[in-house]
Design a protein around this ligand. Sequence first.
Ligand code: ARG
Length: 469
Amino acid sequence: MSDSQHKPGSDKLWGGRFSEQAAASLEAFTASIQYDFRLYHHDIMGSKAHARMLAQQGLITPEENESIQRGLDEIEEEIRAGRFQFRQDLEDIHMNIESALTARIGEAGARLHTGRSRNDQINLDMRLFLRDECATLDQLLADLQACFARLARKHLGAIMPGYTHMQRAQPVLLSHHLLAYAAMFGRDRERLADCARRINVLSLGAAALAGTGLPLDRTQVAKELGFPKISENSMDTVADRDFVLETLFCLDLIQLHLSRLSEELVLWSSKEFAFVRIGDRYCTGSSLMPQKKNPDIPELVRGKSGRVTGALISLLTTMKGLPLTYNRDLQEDKEPLFDALDTVKASLAITAEMLDDTVFDVDRMRAATEGGFMTATDLADYLVKKNLPFRQAHGVAGRIVARCQELGCELADLSLEEMRAFSPLIGSDVYESLSVEGSVNSRTTLGGTAQFRVEEALSALEQQLGIQP
Ligand code: ARG
């Protein structure tokens, strides 16, 4: 770079108008290379497409393009192999790569940034990066859904208490409960796919904020990078991090779903419930109490949901007061995003692994459906079928429950006479309605817990996931 050689002041890539060197404290405070190095692959991918387009538009020669392509490939290889020296004084991933390129290939490297600003470059990098991350997340979510499908298939027919207010409410199939989680993670996949549509937009070409007078071909770059859309307003483009916020929300909701599941696993693995035994390989012990076996994985997954919510709130707060267009504040999007991604990916993977090594005690679950008058609703519904208005049926069933409590017995322990004292509509067929199996299988509405409905839902999920039952 012949120009910079007789420059009196700053030796930065942007140093032309400066008469002094940057303070070391400024360099340390403003640098992002310690975390944005993660974007190297996508930064290089974007630069290669940009350079090809520059050559096609006659803004650089074919030879210059070739040496840029080769230089960038070599740099990528060095970074991948851990041989690249990142420099804090070069601020960020863009300038680290650009200056390494220019040092390697000379003037052609200095032409790469033609018609481009770091403002649109970072936006592009984040979009390319997140596109891949969304695909990874989708796979992890599908793996977890498959894990629930396997468990649901394995335990089909097992009955457990379903809860509301954390009180035993109505008997349900364990498989139905498990498939509830598969449904949540299915929605998470849809949400991410929708978010990915807005990520998948080419932002390069907005330049600093206003577009450029140089004859760039954005359509060509979009095609090469596989973007189905090109951003419309250059000012909005460089100021926009909505797609990062949306991703963070998706991540937060995934972690929240994991956290709810974890809470159940913590409860269910307690002696009080003893519905599940998490494999020894996925539990820890106490340094003091020799008998302890602790469910640290679900506890940490639950705990980390606070951290992912924090990431979302952090960037929402950063964004809320920003005037158009680019402001350096936007650099603060990366650490929360990267941390949230790492946290959610690790949580998804370990949860699936642990669930595969978890034993469900279906006898314990079945036993827990006894003794709580869990089929009282079925008794009321039975009376409704005999044409009693529901509100009155509810009252009759409630009085029968109270009677059983007095006698210390179950609903089905009452004789027909004893029951008929509460309502003459009750006949001997009532006992079918009072069994937990009868109760479960009577819930035949779409989405209900009757075994054939659960089997339908399970088959649909297996088909969607491409797994053989
Ligand atoms: N490191 C910056 C960021 O993450 C890159 C863009 C810098 N642009 C600028 N005009 N200083 O946002």
